[in-house]
Design a protein. Structure first.
Length: 306
């Protein structure tokens, strides 16, 4: 019997409506799945790009070379000599980034070479310099010896995070680069105002005041100190000193500071008696001594760790 008008859809119409509803539901579900798949793929791509970006950044930074060294320190040290009245520094080009240093000339019996590897935070270095600064300055000024100063930065972790060893070594390098004739007085002043280990050390402004007070008043030095112009070189020079053979000697590397070499022979005597060191220099120059193995104290490079 045919349903009368207004009583509802026919069976076919209800079936067709159900099929249409199912079709719409299937298409919506298919769109949802495609959308989720796209988001997942997109997220994967973005994540991959992010990882690639980080890797690229690390690689790029690792490929950035260390900064060039200061003028007049192609050996990683500054060589000071005198003509009887004044002290001057040997003039050399700046050491290119990651280049191999050029060793200075070896000392002779007539004019011994005194080479000092030091850290401006090291108390034993301070003892050695305080004891011997005056006679070293006299010997150098008279032209009796050449003095080669190698500033290191291995005691950075003994300055409460301020990296004073590196900053003070950089300050010395700034003087060597811009006003090397003042370097010996600056070296003495850095030890005269040496901070104790495990303190923050001098600020950059205080380092500027210190070097200016010691006669290094070139207008380029303050910015060199505050900008850390040679801190990369300090790190490289320190790494070389702690791992490579020391030129003109039988020493395999620096194992403690101060490391003091006289014509390549390591001094191990008193750090607080100038006459003992003077006698050692005299004996080495005359060929009477091969080494001094007595203990005088030294800051080990093994503790604190560089």
């Amino acid at each position: 019997m045919t349903p009368s008008p207004g009583t509802g859809d026919t069976k076919r119409e209800r079936r067709d409506a159900a099929r249409e509803k199912a079709r719409i539901t299937r298409e919506a579900e298919a769109k949802r799945r495609r959308r989720n798949k796209w988001f997942a793929q997109g997220g994967l791509v973005l994540g991959t790009l992010a990882v690639i970006g980080v890797i690229a950044l690390v690689i790029t930074r690792s490929l950035v070379p260390a900064g060039p060294g200061p003028l007049n320190m192609a050996s990683d040290g500054l060589v000071l000599s005198g003509d009887g009245t004044t002290v001057s520094a040997a003039s050399t080009d700046a050491l290119a980034a990651d280049a191999t240093p050029t060793a200075s000339a070896a000392g002779t019996a007539e004019k011994p070479s005194i080479v000092v590897y030091l850290d401006y935070m090291c108390p034993y270095c301070g003892q050695f310099d305080t004891t011997n600064a005056e006679q070293l300055a006299t010997w150098v000024s008279q032209g009796s010896v050449d003095l080669e100063i190698h500033p290191l930065g291995f005691l950075d972790n003994a300055s409460l995070g301020t990296k004073y060893s590196t900053r003070s070594a950089n300050a010395f390098a700034c003087v060597a680069n811009y006003q090397p004739e003042a370097a010996l007085d600056v070296n003495t002043a850095l030890f005269a105002q040496q901070p104790a280990e495990n303190t923050s050390g001098l600020t950059d402004d205080e380092l500027i005041t210190l070097v200016q007070g010691a006669g290094a008043d070139d207008s380029s030095i303050p910015a060199c100190i505050t900008d850390g112009e040679f801190t990369d070189w300090v790190a490289s020079a320190t790494e070389r000193a702690l791992n490579d053979p020391l030129p003109n000697s039988d020493e395999a590397k620096v194992t403690g500071t101060p490391t003091v070499l006289v014509n390549g022979q390591k001094y191990g005597g008193s750090l607080t008696d100038a006459t003992v060191f003077a006698q050692f220099v005299s004996e080495v120059a005359s060929g009477e001594s091969t080494a001094d193995t007595s203990t005088g104290g030294a800051e080990s490079t093994a503790s604190p760790t560089p």
